[in-house]
Design a protein around this ligand. Structure first.
Ligand SMILES: [Zn+2]
Length: 344
């Protein structure tokens, strides 16, 4: 089968690899009908050390179950399923707590251990716990929005939940990538009164407004902080969604939070140290977040996708086949595309 293999920074190739197949009796094999490129795929695209073996990329997908192992009970051949970006057993203490990204038997797709989904098919470990079957046809018009439940919409929601967004809250969203845009959707859905997006790209800002952003701050650094303060009566935001992962974004996030406020971070941190520790301390700002338990959030978000209340699929502004995936990485890295959908 064909798959996307990354060999190092900027080196993405489409290659023939061994077919995805059942290895453990708890596995399933899913034919990928739609996958996508994630903002977090751009970190290795920019920094990965060259390797000879490469890494099959992709951790977001929707598809049709092709085969199941002998111990799979809930998932059946022919099911249309959402694949969350982490696999999980669905039975351990963390899965019961709704934190499947910390499953004691779990792990992540698109790593050196478990192949990714920017491919014709993907092996799903712990299929019963991992996959979420949906009762729609594989070509349903809602597919782009359903696909976002595998990561980006769940991640935006996690940022909002971690930042304690609720009715009447003033929210700031740092980052206008697909996750930040889904964060806007999540903030509005949870009842925020004012949603300030910090971003600079015209196409993304337009979409943010469509999703419910009430204010736009296009400056950076101190200028952005001043502007958010001016928009919030000098006090800052109750809830700040940090959707980038760079030090500058975290510094801005903590600087625009009001005393007693909360920062929910979902951008993969690119530094071991967290900046702005002292202002966070003196202002009693809580900082929370991490890899979103997308599997847990599907249940909550799915009804709103199915009835059209939210339309996160609008973040996809380019659809490509597998052969064009290397150019899809380039386009996202050059900020030419917001988020690229792949139809293998
Ligand atoms: Zn578990």
């Amino acid at each position: 089968m064909r798959a996307t293999v990354m060999y190092g920074a900027g080196d993405v190739r489409i290659e023939n690899v061994p077919d995805a197949r059942i290895i453990e009796p708890t596995d399933a094999v899913v034919t990928v009908t739609r996958a996508c490129i994630c903002g977090s795929d751009l970190w290795p695209y920019q920094k990965m050390e060259p390797t000879d073996t490469g890494r099959v990329m992709g951790h977001e997908a929707i598809g049709v179950v092709e085969a199941v192992g002998g111990e799979v009970r809930k998932i059946r051949r022919g099911d249309v399923v959402i694949m969350p970006f982490a696999f999980s057993d669905g039975t351990c203490v963390f899965c019961h707590d709704g934190l499947q990204t910390s499953c004691v038997h779990g792990g992540f797709f698109g790593t050196t251990e478990v192949a990714g989904a920017q491919a014709e098919a993907v092996r799903i470990p712990l299929a019963d716990g991992t996959l979420f079957p949906v009762q729609v046809d594989k070509d349903d018009a809602l597919m782009p929005s359903l696909l976002t439940l595998s990561d980006v919409m769940g991640t935006g929601h996690h940022a909002a939940v971690s930042a304690k967004v609720g009715p009447g809250k003033i929210v700031a969203v740092v980052g206008d990538g697909a996750v930040g845009l889904c964060g806007v959707i999540a903030a509005r859905r949870l009842g925020a009164q004012q949603i300030i997006i910090l971003g600079r790209h015209a196409d993304r800002i337009a979409l943010a407004r469509e999703f419910g952003a009430t204010d736009v701050v296009s400056g950076r650094g101190d200028e952005a902080v001043e502007r958010v303060r001016a928009l919030t009566g000098g006090l800052g935001a109750h809830s700040v969604l940090e959707c980038v992962g760079l030090d500058a974004a975290m510094t801005t996030a903590i600087s625009v939070a009001r005393p007693g406020g909360a920062v929910g971070r979902v951008g993969v941190p690119q530094n071991e140290m967290m900046p702005t520790s002292q202002p966070a301390f003196y202002n009693n700002i809580s900082v929370s977040g991490g890899p979103a338990p997308a599997r847990a959030y599907i249940e909550e978000l799915l009804p709103d996708v199915l009835n059209g209340t939210i339309q996160p699929g609008s973040v996809f502004d380019r659809v490509i086949g597998l052969d064009d995936v290397p150019d899809g990485y380039r386009a996202m890295n050059d900020r030419e595309a917001i988020k690229v959908m792949v139809e293998p």
